[in-house]
Design a protein around this ligand. Structure first.
Ligand code: MRU
Length: 364
C-alpha cells in the first residue's frame, strides 16, 4: 500500500483530549484506516473484533481501556467502574495473558494510589508505561535474537538465513519491532541476508495479510506459504530456524500461540530445525505449569472458517468456502509443549524452556 505512514500499532491522538489511536488491522493490507479508542466500549470492541490483536497490543489496549473507563464518573464510583471494566476487558479474548496482566496492573495502580491523588493521571501514566515497556522489550528481544541469526549466517558464509514464522508476531501485534520479527528486522538492518517463509495462518490469514505486509514495508525478502508447507520445506533443508511469538507461556515452558504453531514445532523437531519462541516477560503466566491442560484456548466464530475475506480489486469482500450444512470448528490457538521448544528469546536473554530458567527470569 503506497503512502502507508505508520510504524507503530498504537499511539496517542495529537490533540486534546488524548485518546489511544490504533491501526484498524481488519483492513490490512488493502486499506489504511485508524480507529480512535474513546471509551471502555471502544477498547472492548477493538480487542474482541480484532481491530487490534496480538498479545502485547491486546494488553496495551486493555490498559488504556481501564484508564478510559473512569473518565466520565465521579471519584466515588472509580472502584466499581474499574472492577466492571476489568471484567469486561478480561472477557474479550481468553488466551493472551497480557490482557489479564495489564488490567491487573492498572487495578493495582488504582488501589495503591494515595488518597486524594489524581487517579485518572496515574492510570494514564501507567498505560503509557505499559506501552513503552512493551516497545522496549521487543527491541531487546531483537538484540538477543539477532545473535542466533548471525551465528547461522556465519555458518552459511553469509548465505541467506531462512526463517519460518507463523501468524503475525510483528510490530502490528506489539507496539513496535514485534517479537518474532524483531531479530529479523535487526538482521536485515545490519545487512545480514535473511529470507522469511510466512505461513498464511488460516483462518484469519494474519501471516499472509499482516506479516507479509510488514516485511514488504521493511523490504525484507519473504515468501508466503500455505500452512501445510513448512514440513516439506524443512525436509528439503530450506528452513534454518523457526521463530514464533506467544500468547501465553507457562512456568514449565509450554507455549500457547496461534493454531498451527504446534504442527510447525513437530515438523521442526523431526527435522532438527531449531524452534524459537520470542516473547516479552508480560506473556508468561507464572501461575500455570501444564499448558495443555490449563491454558484456555479461544474458540472463534465459525464464519472465519466457512468464509474467506479478500480484495476484489475495488473493496474487501467475503466469499463462502464450504458446503452450506458442514459444521465447522475454529480453535484460535494451540499449545506447543516445552520439549519441542529450543529456547525462549526474552528481553532479559535467551533461556531454556524449563522451570528453573523461567523462575530465574521471573526473579531477575
Ligand atoms: O489471534 P491473534 O491474531 O491475536 O493471535 C496472535 C498470535 O497468535 C501471535 O503470534 C501472538 O500474539 C504473539 S504476538 C507478539
Amino acid at each position: 500500500m503506497r503512502n502507508f505512514r505508520f510504524h507503530s500499532s498504537i499511539w496517542l491522538t495529537s490533540s486534546e483530549p488524548l485518546y489511544p489511536e490504533v491501526i484498524d488491522q481488519r483492513y490490512l493490507p488493502f486499506e489504511a484506516h485508524t480507529f480512535i479508542i474513546r471509551n471502555l466500549e471502544d477498547a472492548c470492541f477493538a480487542i474482541r473484533e480484532m481491530v487490534v490483536r496480538g498479545a502485547p497490543l491486546i494488553g496495551v489496549t486493555a490498559a488504556y481501556g481501564m484508564y478510559l473507563s473512569i473518565l466520565d464518573c465521579s471519584a466515588d464510583d472509580y472502584n466499581e467502574r474499574l472492577c466492571m471494566a476489568q471484567k469486561a476487558l478480561n472477557d474479550t479474548r481468553p488466551t493472551a495473558i497480557n490482557l489479564y496482566t495489564a488490567t491487573r496492573r492498572m487495578m493495582e495502580t488504582y488501589r495503591q494510589a494515595e488518597k486524594g491523588s489524581d487517579i485518572a493521571g496515574l492510570l494514564f501514566n501507567e498505560a503509557n508505561r505499559i506501552r513503552f515497556e512493551e516497545l522496549d522489550a521487543c527491541r531487546k528481544i531483537g538484540e538477543y535474537g539477532l545473535s542466533l541469526i548471525l551465528e547461522i549466517s556465519r555458518k552459511k558464509d553469509g548465505g541467506p538465513v531462512n526463517i519460518l514464522t507463523h501468524c503475525n508476531a510483528g510490530w502490528l501485534a506489539c507496539v513496535e519491532w514485534g517479537t518474532a520479527t524483531a531479530p529479523i528486522y535487526l538482521a536485515h538492518k545490519n545487512g545480514i541476508s535473511v529470507h522469511v517463509w510466512v505461513d498464511e495462518t488460516r483462518p484469519r490469514n494474519q501471516g499472509a495479510r499482516l506479516t507479509a505486509f510488514e516485511l514488504g514495508l521493511a523490504g525484507v525478502p519473504h515468501t508466503i506459504i500455505p500452512d501445510n508447507t513448512g514440513g516439506l520445506l524443512m525436509q528439503q533443508g530450506k528452513v534454518d530456524l523457526v521463530i514464533v511469538g506467544s500468547d501465553r507461556t507457562t512456568l514449565d515452558g509450554d507455549v500457547a500461540n496461534k493454531i498451527g504453531t504446534y504442527m510447525e514445532a513437530l515438523a521442526a523437531a523431526d527435522n532438527q530445525v531449531p524452534f524459537y519462541v520470542a516473547l516479552p516477560i508480560s506473556s508468561f503466566d507464572f501461575s500455570l505449569t501444564d499448558g495443555i491442560r490449563n491454558i484456555p484456548v479461544e474458540q472463534r466464530d465459525a464464519t472465519e472458517v466457512s468464509y474467506i475475506e479478500g480484495w476484489n480489486g475495488k473493496e474487501i469482500t467475503t466469499v463462502k468456502l464450504i458446503p452450506d450444512d458442514s459444521p465447522v470448528a475454529n480453535y484460535g490457538f494451540d499449545i506447543t509443549p516445552a520439549r519441542l521448544v529450543t529456547s525462549l528469546i526474552t528481553e532479559k536473554g535467551i533461556i531454556n524452556p524449563d522451570r528453573d530458567s523461567i523462575l530465574h527470569l521471573m526473579h531477575s
